[in-house]
Structure formats: C-alpha cells, structure tokens
Ligand binder design. Sequence first.
Ligand code: UTP
Length: 334
Amino acid sequence: MKAIIPVAGIGTRLRPHTHTAPKVLLPVAGKPIVGHILDELVSLGFDEVTFIVGYKGDMIREYVKSTYKFKANFVEQPEMLGLGHAISLAKDHHYNDDGVLIILGDTVFRADLKNVFERGETAIGVKKVDDARRFGIVELDNQGAVKRLIEKPDNPPTNLAIVGIYYMKSPKLLFDCLDELISEKKTTKGEFQLTDALQKYLDRGEPMRVFMVDGWYDCGKPETMLLTNRDLLDGKLSDSEGYGAVAQRYPGSVMIMPVAIDPSAKIENSIVGPYVSISAGTNLNSCIVSNTIIGENADVSTIILEDSIISDNAKVQGNLFKLNVGDSSEIVLE
Ligand code: UTP
C-alpha cells in the first residue's frame, strides 16, 4: 500500500513556530503532527510513502528516516503552486500503482480506511461542516456517488467538505488529469487545485464515492493546534500514559490527566494538566500549566501558563512576587 503526503507548505499561519521548523513537525499530544498520520499508515500496512517537500524539507527527511522503516521517497516542490501541482510531482513514483492514498501532512484523522481499501473504489474523505465556503466541497447524486467537486465555492450547494484524504484507484488517470490542468494553466484562487483535477477525473467517467471522516483534527493555526492537542489527548489517538506512570516520575508535582510528557522532561514543583504536551529534554520548574504544548529542550520556570505554545529551545521565566501587605489593603497584580 502506498501513499503521497504533501508537506511542502510554509505554514505562515503558525508563525513564529514555523520560523524554525516545518508545520508538520510541530508536536501535538506527544509527537509531531505528521507522526500521528504515519503511525496510522504503518498500522494499516503501508510500505511506501512519497513526501512532497519544500520548506525545511531536510528536517522532514531526517525525521522520517530516523523514525520509520517504510520506503520513503522525497520529491522537491520548488514553488508553492498549489496542492494539485504538489501531487503531480509524485508521478514518477506512483503512475503505475494499483491505487494510492493521498493525505495532507497537517491533517490528523480518524476514519475507517480499511473499509475504503476493501471496496477498492476511488473515494474522498468528507465531513459535514457549518460553513463550507472555506473548503473544497462535493455534491452527490441520489445513489451517493460524487457528481461534482467545487473548490471554495461562494454559494456552496452542499456542506460536505473535502477533508484532505483521498483514495485514488487509478493514479494513472489522476496524473494525466493533473498534467492536463497544469498544461492548460487552469488555476483556481491562484493555485493548481487538486479538486479541479478530481473533477476532470470524474468527467472521464471514473466512479467516485465519499467516506465519512469522524475525527478531523486540523493543525493549521495556533487555536486549532491546541484544540487538536486536546482532542487527541482525550481520545484514543494519543500515546498518553496512565496517571500512575506519570505521577511516579514526578513525585514533587501534581499531574492532572490527560497529559503527554516525554520521559526525559524534568518537572519539579509544578501543577501540570490537563491537556499538556511536553517534549524531550524540557525543564519545567515551579509552574502551573494547562492546555499547552511545550517543545523540546525548553526551559520554563515560575509561571502560570494556559492556551500556550512554546517552541523548542525557548526559555520562559515568569515572576514570583514578594509582598509585605498590611491589614485591610487591596492588591491586584496584573
Ligand atoms: P496549507 O494550505 O495548509 O498550506 O496546505 P501551508 O503552507 O502548510 O500553511 P499556511 O496556509 O501557509 O499557513 C495543506 C497541506 O498541503 C501542503 C502543505 O504542506 C500542507 O501539508 N501543500 C500545499 C504543499 O505541499 N504544496 C502546495 O503547493 C500547497
């Protein structure tokens, strides 16, 4: 089983964290975003993955090579010309495949992919959303087959959003449609869209269905990354340890589950959780932290933090106040 994962994007909405790391390597619930996707693919038996890399691609290559054993190909996308363009670059590796899965590198998901592969038909992962104007959407016929796909419509005819997981039964046809799109210079909103190529694929008579994606965890912005961290720690997708193991490691601190804390992190005199993810080598001293992601080798002390993201190697030091307060005084510290 083979997959294509585009990860070339700059991740501008996640600055400053993406100044030093590509978006897909930022941690949520104890591991890099793309690690959640790859662990799922490995458990499904995938043995070859092609990554479309660009911005800080070397870091992604190093992470994949040092963490996974499957065959990994890396193809450079020199310019961000859109998702359709990114996927077209995987042609040499997948043109003759029997089928291929495409999944966006920043989309952690929960869906019954086994069932999709067993059916063996081209199928697109969708989810009902409130405001479909921000997404590619699909329109179905009364048999449940895809009739039309539209990228970010101003007046969406349905609320079935394309979430970023696609199983393509005929990669050959997909790559031909992508080549056609690019040679026609057909862009939507300034980019070569995968959705437009899928419409061509459909127009050539290839049947296409949808499958429902129950869990769709977007990591595109700081707020959604924190929500994803929370949902993954809450659900079964995380590697969160049980309370006993964490509490035993940090006897001088209080842990409020769920949390994901790398065993090499050092925590003293703190209250941690719920929904805290702390990566390897970080030191936390005299802090109260909830709903927060802290990267590797950070140094955080004497501070109350919530809804925060602290990147690798950052140093954050708060204040402890010394007060000498008289009777009937009123003090507000802001
Ligand atoms: P996004 O639209 O979220 O792009 O792409 P981005 O650059 O990562 O983030 P922002 O918008 O600048 O904050 C969704 C996925 O598709 C990949 C991205 O890397 C991301 O995993 N992608 C998108 C490419 O690989 N190439 C492209 O030309 C566009």
